[in-house]
Each structure stands twice: as C-alpha cells, then as structure tokens.
Design a binder for this molecule. Structure first.
Ligand code: BG6
Length: 495
C-alpha cells in the first residue's frame, strides 16, 4: 500500500535519539522502498547548523546504526535530499510560524495537503510546550493527517502522567497521539501475539490450571553510561518496569482479541493492568525488591559501582535493579504469580518471558527415572537470542526408563533468514500508516503507574538496606531470588 505524502518534523533534530535511532531507521525504510514516494524530513533544533553539516552528522549515525552499515553514496544521497533543517527555539512562537510556512511551501510544491508527523525527540518537559505552540500555529487541525509522537517517560508518577496526557489532549485528539514504547516495536515482542493467537495449540493450557508461574526478565549488561542525570531521578522501576515490562506482561496475560483493530488489542491489554492486584504499602517487602550495583567485573574487566558513575550522587538511593511479584486477579490467572525483574550491569543482556508449567498431577515413573525432572517450560526469547524454546521431558537412551529435559527450539535466524528490523523502523512506519496498535494509550500508561505507585512511594520514604547490594556482573541481589524461593519458584539464570 502506497503511503500518503508526509512531512516528518523532528524536534530535537540535533540530539542523540534522532542521530542514533530515527534517522538510521528512516534511512533503512527508504533503502527498502518503504517510505512514501513523497516525503520530507525537517529537523528542528536550537543550534545553528548548516544543512550540509547536519547531513554529515546524520550520515555518521547511519554508518554506525543502520541495519546494513555499508552505505552506498547513491543510497545516502537519494535519502539526504529529503532532509532539511530549521533553526528555532522550541519555546518561541516564531519557530512554529516558520514551521507552518515551510509546511505550506511543501504542500504547494506537492499540490496537496501533506500528512504531518511531529516527533518530539526532546526532554520530557517540552511536552508541556511544543503541542500547545503547534496548536496555536494551526498545525494540529487535521485529525486524520496531523500526528504527534512522544517518547517515554510519560510522567514521573501517576499525577504527572495524567497531567502530561491532559496537556497533550488539549492540543491533539487521542487518535492523533502516538506514545512510543520501543519494546512494542520489537519483532519478538509482536510475535507473542502471533504465537498465542495464531496457534490454537497453546491457548487451552494458557491459564491457572496448567501454568505454575511466569517470569519476565529484562537484564542489561550496560550501566547508566552518560545518562546519570536522568537515571538518578528515574531508577529501574520507572525506567523499565512501568513501560517495557508491563507491556510484556499485558501481551502474555491478555485475553484473545476479537479483531486486529488497534483499540480492541489495547482494550484487552488495559484489562490486564486493571486486573493487577493492588500491592498494599504495608506489604511491599513481600512483593518488591530493589537493588543497586556495586563494583564488580564484566567480561573479566573491572566495572565501577553505580555511585561512582558520572552525574550520580555518591550516596544515591536510586535502584538499578527491581523485581516484583504480581497477581492478575481474573478467572484465567487467579493465584498464578507473575514475577518481573530488570537490572543494569547484570552478567549479560537477556530479555525473555518464561512460562513455567505445572508438574504432572501424578508421578507414575519410578523415583530413579525422575531424578533430573523439570516441569515443562516455554521460553519466549526477546533478545539477544530471538526465538522460542520449549523444554520437556524425554526418555534418555538406554535400557532404563530415565527421564531428562530436552529442548525444541525455533530461532528467527534459522526460521526466516532475514535480518529483523529495528523497533523504530516498525514504529515510524506505523505512524506514517496511522496505525496506533503498537503505541501506548493514555489509559494504559496511567493504569501501569497506578499499580506501581505504592512501591514508588514506599521506596521513596524508606532507606534502602545495604546499597549497593549486588556486584556488577552478577544476577542481581539475593533478595530477588528469595522473593521466588519463598514459593518454591526460581528465576532462570541470567548467565
Ligand atoms: C530504555 C531505557 O527505555 O530502554 C534504558 O531508558 C534501557 O535505560 C533501554 O537501557 C533498553 O532498551 P533495549 O532495546 O536495549 O532493551
């Protein structure tokens, strides 16, 4: 399907996100012939830039971050001629008057009214400013063609998220607002829906009768890098759990959708958030664990502790690790714990969902057969491995009936043999297509904050015990293992 002619306006055009993610993804889409036949990319920022310098900077980004980093000159030139720059202060109405006249020039050259996408790759505070000034300049009026894209974080807590959503909706209709959670653009995350609802095989056992517990892990090897300033005020719960992990939980726990309509899918997901059992502040310790990395080793090299990272307080109480035990109070999941964990500077990068099935109702094999017994488990691997692994019992070859766990494995690499697109490619293409399925709706974001508020409040008012409480390069604090061990459950090892 040919995409409608589109002007993509990148606020924060000289910034890191545009350079590292947005331009390389747009370039890849163009290289694959998936951009609209007529499109313009207009980067807006405060700094003075000559257009050729900006294009040079963007080329650098593409050479580092595009899917195929070998960029032919012809490919780059064919893309770069669509890119222009507008210098302007985001707070100054004159910037928006200039922007409106640039858009009008494009419209008259193309002899139509182009779709306009305003992507805010800016600090979150700009959400209070840019939408209103766009509206004042009349750049919000066409509900079908004017769209605004905002990046996380959407708020710092429930109140500020509500406020941010209110501000956005004063200038744009909800149908024009695209809130990015880049996890939803990942192929393996989208595949959770395909796996669950395109295969009748698993649906009958996807419930409390057969599932013992579920673990969702997003482990990172990286630390906070140069983002200490932001991270000090965020922490793992806000930075990762409120958005990425909650979205994964929704996809795993949601009811089947009736159609592939964007709102139908988003309704089913928000139902999960509404069904999450509230955590009472008095019981936080039984449901939530926080951690902060101390010095340690990764790949044999020493790594400094969080409190010594740039722009981080030497007495910081910010958590770089969070684990939660949640329950989904509905018929399907009553009593099944969903354990979520994420952390920085863990022993390796690993994102996965593990569905741990119950054991057999009656053990008919002799005790010696089942010494190495593990109930069946299904792993949905999100990254860096991309695929699905089913582990189950098989007879070990030989005269005796001995049972051992074995694995059945699907990998994207072997199954499809084509490179998976970056999440931003998918998401930007969806915005151009006006398809909000993979974007977060205001009510989802607020429902996710609501669940986390008691934990955030409790953690803010009490001093964390023994920080730093895990060494860089390990699997996180011991308390996170104990959270599961109390129920006889365990995480899959990260290493
Ligand atoms: C971002 C967080 O949303 O996701 C980062 O702000 C985190 O702290 C990143 O590192 C992880 O994304 P990915 O795609 O590398 O798993």
């Amino acid at each position: 399907m040919a995409l409608y002619p589109t002007i993509i306006v990148l606020f924060g055009g000289a910034g890191d996100l545009v350079w590292r993610k947005l331009i390389p993804s747009l370039f890849d889409l163009h290289r694959e012939g998936r951009m609209p036949e007529r499109f313009a990319v207009l980067a807006v920022d405060r700094l003075p830039f000559r257009e050729e310098d900006l294009r040079g900077r963007f080329l650098g980004g593409v050479q580092q971050f595009a899917r195929n980093r070998k960029v032919k000159k012809t490919e780059w030139n064919a893309f770069a001629r669509h890119v222009t720059y507008l210098q302007g202060d985001f707070q100054d109405p004159a910037t928006y008057a200039n922007l409106a006249s640039k858009c009008a020039q494009v419209d008259s050259a193309w002899r139509l009214k182009a779709a306009r996408i305003f992507h805010l790759a800016t600090p979150p505070a700009m959400v209070q400013v840019i939408p209103k000034l766009l509206a004042d300049a009349g750049l919000n009026r066409n509900r079908a063609r004017d769209r605004i894209v905002v990046e996380k974080p959407i708020g710092h807590d429930l109140d500020s998220a509500r406020e941010m959503n209110r501000t956005l909706r004063q200038s744009f209709d909800e149908s024009q607002i695209f809130r990015i959670d880049h996890y939803l653009g990942k192929e393996t995350v989208q595949n959770i829906l395909a796996f669950r609802f395109a295969n009748p095989l698993f649906e009958p056992i996807w419930n409390r009768r057969y599932v013992d517990y579920v673990t969702i892990t997003v482990a990172e090897e990286v630390g906070v890098g140069h983002r200490g300033n932001y991270y000090e005020h965020a922490g793992a719960l806000r930075d990762m759990v409120q958005n990425h992990l909650m979205q994964l939980l929704c996809l795993v726990a949601m009811e089947p959708m009736v159609s592939f309509d964007a709102d139908e899918i988003r309704n089913k997901k928000v139902d999960v958030l509404h069904a999450l059992r509230p955590i009472s502040r008095a019981e936080i310790e039984q449901y939530a664990v926080r951690g902060q990395y101390g010095q340690g080793k990764l790949h044999g090299k020493p790594v400094r502790e969080y409190r010594q990272e740039d722009d981080v307080s030497p007495h910081s109480r910010t958590e770089t690790f969070a684990a939660l035990k949640l329950f989904v109070d509905n018929w399907r999941w009553q009593g099944v714990p969903f354990y979520l964990r994420t952390g920085k500077r863990l022993s390796r990068q690993l994102s996965e969902v593990a569905i741990q099935f119950r054991t057999v109702p009656h053990q008919s094999f002799p005790a010696e057969s089942t010494r190495d017994w593990h109930p069946s488990r299904l792993i949905l691997s999100i990254q860096p491995e991309e695929g699905i692994v089913m582990s189950f019992q098989a007879k070990y070859p030989g005269p005796k009936m001995l049972l051992r766990p074995v694995e059945m494995r699907f990998t994207y690499q072997e199954g499809f043999a084509i490179p998976t697109p970056d999440a931003y490619e998918t998401l930007l293409w969806d915005v151009m297509n006006n398809d909000p399925t993979l974007f977060m709706r205001a009510d989802q974001i607020e429902a996710a904050w609501q669940v986390l508020m008691p934990v955030l409040e409790r953690w803010a008012e009490s001093n964390p015990r023994g920080f730093p409480n895990y060494a860089a390069g390990t699997c996180g604090p011991k308390a996170a293992d104990e959270l599961l061990a109390r129920e006889g459950h365990s995480w899959r090892p990260v290493a």
